[in-house]
Design a protein around this ligand. Sequence first.
Ligand SMILES: Cc1ncc(COP(=O)(O)O)c(C=O)c1O
Length: 441
Amino acid sequence: MNPPWPRTAVLHAEPPSQRLLALGGLGVEDLAERFGTPLYLLDRAELVGRMRAYRQVFGPQVDVVYAAKALCVAGVLQLATAEGLAIDVASAGELATAIRAEVPPERIVFHGNNKSVEELVAAAEYGVGRFVADSFVELERLSELGTVLDRDLTVLVRITPGIQADTHRSISTGQDDSKFGFSLSAGLAHEAVARALKLPGVELLGVHCHIGSQVFALEAFERAASLLAGLLGDVRDRHGVVLAELNLGGGPGIAYTDRERELPLERYAETLGAAVQAACDARGLPLPRLAVEPGRSIVGPAGVTLYTVGTVKKIPGVRTYLSVDGGMSDNPRPALYDARYTFAAAGRPPGDPSPETRTVAVAGKHCESGDLLARDVTLPADLAEGDLLAVAATGAYTFALASNYNRLPRPPVVLVGDGQAQVLVRRETLDEILARDVPLS
Ligand SMILES: Cc1ncc(COP(=O)(O)O)c(C=O)c1O
């Protein structure tokens, strides 16, 4: 295995001369020819392997909930469901995808800091298993809805534990100054629990927190788990109610480059389990049923994006720009978060000896100077117009965040494994983009 490349990646030579030859038993040149570029590939063995590892490491007493926001396409949700994962959705669109994937409604957890009434109604009618309430007005809306439907809606209250995770501020969600959840330190968490316990039409099952994404600090997860378990103790003391569920969100960091090391799943699971056990023992509380909500660490390392190099521009004494046929529309993370990736030439290896290497910027084709997939990456110097370029660990928050900027149709998502390729999302067409324009008559 060669992280950050997926487990079936066949690689030739070492970085920076490394080349990706095949994935899922299929040659990348053939894949590019068959499906075109840019192309999102998903390594089925890596994806399913990760789902299984989560289930195995956490065991049957913990619910593993796939956070669909990382990559919400029906085929992935079908695989997750088949592997025994529940699904977290955060909008009517993600819910509709789960419905299309035939996810059992009771296995769906519905998130969002501003769910519309229509979304709440759709979710309630579908019978989703958990609403994660994020505001007082949402609690009221859920109560009204449950009362009208004459059935208690099952709710978790989202808590902001006041923890600053070691990640980019845009994906850090556990600090007090956050649009998500009810702050523990400001007393809102206790108030939300008290209200939820009183409201008709609502059954409060437990509490939830999510401190952020791409987090490596086990202490941050430990502290959140401990605080939330402590909150369950406070709820018992104040209200005489033992809440049965504790959902600790997602967020474990993955390796995008050789400078990062993925958070080991076993240590993550042990840390959460031990923190909850200790806090419950200290309060004389029974252990709640735990849930975790991984997104990135399930799907991220399974993805590879293939591009074709279109132009190579050398500015003497400044920099060489290698431009590819996609960019910030299929992967906005470098522009949004200054995210770093691992790049490699792709396709048939060159003859011996390997060519020289050089440091280049990899640019997208969009009309923004900030449309850079990498500022300084070392690649074979002979990488030229028409050649393939692969990027590792692009499974999470790429297609999910993709746009039509400059009216680029979004690339397809293709699952590869055992020498078979299966299209999970077909390439968008220009006609589909234009079809929504209403020209003035
Ligand atoms: C509520 C919630 N749960 C789970 C996740 C998944 O996080 P990750 O993809 O980092 O595991 C997110 C992502 O931001 C989230 O907001």
